[in-house]
Design a protein around this ligand. Structure first.
Ligand code: ADP
Length: 442
């Protein structure tokens, strides 16, 4: 099409819309392209006295879609070889608007992609469209003005319906906001209520643990008092029985001597129970304060070796006290530590028929690991924690004597010394009791 006079602007616009409709652009896009085209046409008519307008269909290599291209070849070279639409909004009406080519071949080009669902434009179909468009006589400026008005009314209608939609959306959004706020408030309330519940629960727990502590303290006090009161009469019984059996006293019959012997050994058992109870009660009541010193393990081990050798009266069981590796010092309470180890070694000797009972010390970084292992009867895994309970004795082991207070007492002492006492054992293969202590004390 030739664009030479003002009237041509209408024709170019009209044709642009027709072509856009024919190649499958949607209604809105037809109007956009036609509007952009008439704006550019007006610009070119004013600046370079017109242009030759060509409509073409191209293939967009990037998207694989077809696009409608309009080239406006100016009748005179563009000033500075450049073109800027007077209204910046024009460029937004199409996908591309710009200048291509050089010198005399410069054209102003605009293009718009066809929708993906538009029918493919074969050369045959294009020939048909060309014939159809040629048969349409171009309308008058008045026709185009009427068409433009109709488009404007449509566009206004659309804007109004979009505004209404927006209002509805806004209302919905507000409602959703209300809902979210209500939910938030409800959640906050629930959370506060839960918090109140938790606080109350903690208060109750505190109260319960205070009660428990009080009960445990009164138990310890009771044990301590009773044990203390029992010790004197039991010691007296032992003394008296010894006197009775003494060779300086009146001779006893064999039966009497046997009975006195029974009294003595029963009283001795009772005394050791009373002593152990007293120890445990003391440790539990927190009245036992470790006397922290730099303990020489070498010395402690030597002492244990000496005192316990006397206890190991089975030739089939060897007592091995290894030399602790130097520097063999630990910050601890020597008496309490020796008591724990003696207790464990004593147990080992009690529950081992043959093999060995071994005490070994190992230094691991900042801790000492002191283990007492034996090759005795062992303890079933499910009882590994129970043997640390007061008075618990593994069924079938009671005949060797004891009170079931040694291990709980030992664990209490080790805890007091800032360490742990653990057991690994397998029935029939032996047991290992391990005391782990911080080398620097607590
Ligand atoms: P006691 O030795 O006075 O019975 P303990 O508290 O020292 O009390 O030990 C509790 C129980 O744990 C023992 O009765 C025994 O059944 C078991 N036990 C302790 N040490 C060993 C061990 N080295 N080997 C096998 N069983 C053991």
């Amino acid at each position: 099409m030739a664009l030479r006079v003002e009237h041509d602007i209408f024709l170019v616009r009209q044709r642009g819309r027709e072509v856009a409709a024919a190649v499958g652009l949607e209604h809105q896009d037809q109007v956009r392209l036609a509007t952009a085209l008439s704006e550019v046409a007006r610009d070119l008519l004013q600046t370079v006295d017109g242009a030759d307008v060509t409509f073409a269909v191209d293939h967009d290599a990037r998207t694989g879609r077809q696009l409608l291209r309009v080239d406006l070849a100016p009748t005179r070279p563009l000033p500075g070889g450049r073109y800027e639409p007077r209204s910046g909004a024009v460029a937004r009406l199409v996908d591309m608007l710009g200048v291509t080519g050089h010198g005399g071949d410069t054209v102003v080009r605009m293009s718009r992609r066809l929708p993906a669902h538009a029918p493919a434009l074969t050369p045959e179909r294009l020939a048909e469209l060309r014939a159809e468009l040629a048969s349409n006589a171009p309308g008058t400026a008045l026709d185009e003005l009427a068409a433009q008005n109709a488009q404007l009314i449509n566009a206004l209608d659309e804007v109004r319906s979009q505004r209404d939609e927006l209002a509805v959306l806004n209302a919905e959004l507000q409602e959703t906001n209300h809902g979210v706020m209500a939910l938030y408030n409800q959640l906050t309330e629930e959370l506060e209520e839960t918090n109140r519940g938790v606080v109350a629960l903690y208060a109750e727990l505190d109260e319960k643990s205070a009660q428990l502590r009080a009960a445990s303290e009164s138990k310890s006090r009771f044990l301590a008092n009773v044990s203390h009161e029992l010790r004197a009469p039991v010691t007296a019984i032992i003394g008296l029985a010894r006197l009775l059996a003494d060779s300086a006293s009146d001779p006893l019959t064999a039966e009497q001597a046997r009975q006195v012997g029974l009294i003595r050994s029963s009283a001795a058992d009772l005394l050791s129970l009373v002593n152990e109870l007293l120890d445990l009660a003391k440790a539990e009541s927190g009245r036992l304060e470790p006397n922290w010193t730099e303990v020489d393990l070498h010395g402690v081990f030597g002492q244990l070796r000496g005192t316990l050798r006397a206890l190991s009266n089975r030739p089939e069981v060897e007592l091995v006290v290894e030399e602790p590796p130097a520097p063999a010092t630990v910050r601890s309470d020597e008496v309490l530590l020796a008591q724990v180890l003696r207790n464990l070694l004593h147990n080992g000797l009690k529950f081992t028929e043959r093999g060995e009972v071994r005490l070994r010390a190992e230094r691991q970084d900042d801790r000492w690991s002191l283990s007492v292992s034996d090759t005795g009867v062992g303890i079933p895994p499910e009882l590994h924690e129970r043997v640390f309970e007061e008075f618990y004795q593994v069924p079938g082991t009671t005949r060797v004597g004891g009170t079931g207070l040694g291990l709980p007492y030992a664990r209490r002492l080790v805890t007091l010394l800032g360490g742990t006492l653990e057991l690994t054992s397998e029935p029939g293969r032996g047991s290992v009791f391990t005391v782990v202590l911080p080398a620097g004390g607590v």
